[in-house]
Design a protein around this ligand. Structure first.
Ligand code: PXP
Length: 246
């Protein structure tokens, strides 16, 4: 198994552009899995702008690797997760006006709700990960509320321009990973990762999963999703350490 979870939201984005029935995210998930993906990630947003309830239900039935559902903690969405029971949920903040998830979840501010959601998910044997900025307070709050994992927000790294800024962000990610390990959390990473910037993040020892969407789907338009997935897995394997935090 690779460490790559392919986020296939934008397969559904293309479908929803015409409110038709193609391409089906289920077809894409099959291709990603055949290419060796560790998991399939989808974000069920409150506005259902891409992935719909029906997609998550069908993916739960058809995905043999890990199904990771990104979601906010709104009650109606939490109830859907309890019902469908993906292998893992990744909790994200959600702002209706955003183009994509912007910041990390504020686990300190929403600690009480987070603890409640974690408890309910664990009852259904669903792993819980929080999508957070690489900050001490967020890591500690995730650990204290019983989360299994965190996903470190790599957006700041992806947006960094100078070598100095890039190095600073990588140091932050690495330190956050060490602190999370000390607190017995599995550590994933994602957001803004591409074929060009994956190498340095893949080289951070011990990261469990990479959630990558836009860059893979963009390449898939030109080379096919199976080939695009294979190319990303090769890069993660080439630059990564073999040992994950799992
Ligand atoms: N991880 C999380 C929590 C996300 O919200 C997203 C975007 O849906 C991703 C990873 C993937 O980001 P990108 O599309 O930039 O690869």
């Amino acid at each position: 198994m690779s460490l790559l979870n392919v986020n296939i939201d934008h397969v559904a984005t293309i479908r929803q552009a015409r409110l038709t029935d193609e391409p089906d995210p289920v077809w894409a998930a099959v291709q990603c899995e055949l290419a060796g993906a560790n998991g399939i990630t989808v974000h069920l947003r409150q506005d259902r702008r891409h992935i719909c309830d029906r997609d998550v239900i069908l993916l739960k039935e058809t995905v043999c690797c890990k199904l990771n559902l990104e979601m906010c903690m709104t009650e109606s969405i939490v109830k859907i997760a309890e019902k469908i029971q993906p292998d893992q949920i990744t909790l994200v903040p959600e702002n209706r006006a955003e183009l994509t998830t912007e910041g990390g979840l504020d686990c300190v501010k929403y600690k009480k709700r987070l603890a409640e959601v974690v408890k309910r998910m664990h009852k259904k044997k669903i792993l819980v990960s929080t999508f957070i900025a690489p900050e001490e307070s967020q890591i500690i709050a995730s650990a204290q509320t019983g989360c299994d994992a965190i996903e470190l927000h790599t957006g700041m790294y992806a947006n960094a321009k100078s070598q100095r800024a890039i190095k600073k962000e990588l140091t932050k990610l690495s330190a956050a990973k060490d602190l999370a390990f000390k607190n017995k959390l599995v550590v994933h990473a994602g957001h803004g990762l591409t074929y060009r910037n994956i190498a340095a993040v893949a080289a951070i020892e011990g990261l469990g999963e990479f959630n990558i969407g836009h860059s893979i789907i963009a390449r898939a338009v030109l080379v096919g999703i199976k080939e695009a997935t294979t190319q990303m897995i090769k890069l993660i394997d080439k630059f990564g350490s073999n040992e994950s935090g799992r």
